[in-house]
Design a protein around this ligand. Structure first.
Ligand code: AMP
Ligand code: MG
Length: 349
């Protein structure tokens, strides 16, 4: 398959290009498009065969459900059975934006979208290209991240092309995704609502609007053999570059990483360090890449997946990564880092 690639203005996308992409979606095709979180791989969310195409292109396990994307609040009602009060409050506060909510599903939503669950995940993105495309297609658009399953999510069109060129119909290139980590997922079908995946809309932000928000205990822990995740995606390895990633904990992490790097280099390995602006000059390794300043976790979120992919481009064998606080945006960053490291943490002192 030849993949059409078109540049679009992120604020004012060309109407002809959006119309072409919308037509592909209406005919059962696959279109990758930018959102404010990461690039999504879209298909008609009411078309079983089109959604199967998403799983095939990504190599995604069929029990890991998709998120339906809408472009107006009125498009929610037809795809869900119930809109709980807490969901209404969260919608009023954070939609359009990087928040996905889990609702009881309506009959029109195919099992392929929900992985056979009785619930459906829904998001109303705020990116002008995503909004224009969904609106023009006139359909709920099923869209997981537009990467090969298991790899870091794409934050640039070139990441999408590297993974999916020749496997999908079209890529809309709208530049770098601003937030850079996937949406927050919150299950509003239970009381209190539970965060299943941390993201840009933080627990602290949601607690300004609803009384209590719980966090799924498995967000930062390795799933056990009998683990039954609420978000099926939680049980799969994720965000992993080819290198072995280790997180390094403790106040003297710079010294610890330098010691480890020295040993690995002596063993003939190419060593990478995932550093920050504050520490990057202090490392002695083959590839030292900063994810940004510790003072600006939003910037760290934007850069994280690109930096993880860069370690692949540099062919590193092993990567040592710094850690971040678990509050605010730090929770989303640590959740992705833990998964990319397969939960391997080296504790110093
Ligand atoms: P991604 O494609 O990478 O954004 O993945 C979408 C995420 O949403 C995955 O982690 C899914 O497991 C999760 N998800 C989708 N639908 C549901 C649902 N009905 N209940 C719980 N999690 C869901
Ligand atoms: Mg994904």
């Amino acid at each position: 398959m030849k993949t059409i690639q078109k540049k679009v203005d992120a604020q004012y996308p060309d109407a002809d290009i959006i119309a072409q992409a919308a037509q592909i979606l209406q005919h059962g095709g696959l279109v990758a498009f930018p959102t404010e979180t990461v690039y999504g791989l879209g298909a008609n969310g009411l078309d079983e065969a089109a959604c199967k195409g998403i799983y095939q292109a990504k190599g995604r396990p069929s029990d890991n459900p998709l998120i339906l994307h809408i472009s107006h609040i009125d498009e929610l009602r037809p795809i869900v059975r119930d809109i709980p009060k807490t969901a209404q409050k969260l919608m009023d506060a954070f939609w359009p934006g990087p928040l996905t909510m889990i609702f009881p599903k309506a009959d029109c939503v195919p099992d392929t979208v929900t992985g056979g669950l009785d619930t459906v995940a829904v998001r109303f993105p705020s990116h002008p290209v995503a909004m224009a495309l969904i609106h023009k297609a006139g359909l709920p658009i099923a869209a997981p991240s537009a990467n090969t399953s298991g790899k870091p999510s794409p934050t640039r069109a070139e990441h999408v092309a590297l993974d999916l060129n020749g496997k999908i119909d079209m890529i809309l290139d709208g530049g770098t995704a601003a937030w850079g980590l996937e949406s927050t997922i919150v299950d509003v079908s239970v009381t209190p609502p539970v965060i299943l995946r941390p993201g840009a809309v933080t627990k602290e932000m949601m607690e300004q609007v609803v009384k209590q928000i719980a966090i799924d205990p498995t967000l930062l822990q390795k799933p056990t053999a009998d683990f039954r995740p609420k978000a099926p995606g939680m049980k799969y390895t994720h965000y992993a570059p080819k290198a072995d990633v280790f997180l390094v904990q403790g106040d003297n992490f710079v010294d610890v990483i330098n010691d480890l790097a020295k040993k690995q280099k002596a063993a003939g390995k190419k060593v990478g360090v995932l550093a920050t602006d504050e520490t990057k000059v202090n490392y002695d390794a083959d590839v030292v890449l900063s994810v940004g300043s510790r003072e600006n976790l939003e910037e760290v979120g934007t850069n994280l997946f690109h930096v993880l992919r860069q370690f692949d481009a540099w062919d590193t064998d092993v990567v040592y990564a710094e850690m971040f606080p678990l509050s605010g945006e730090g929770l989303a960053i640590m959740n992705r880092l833990q998964k990319s490291a397969g939960y391997r943490v080296i504790k110093s002192e």
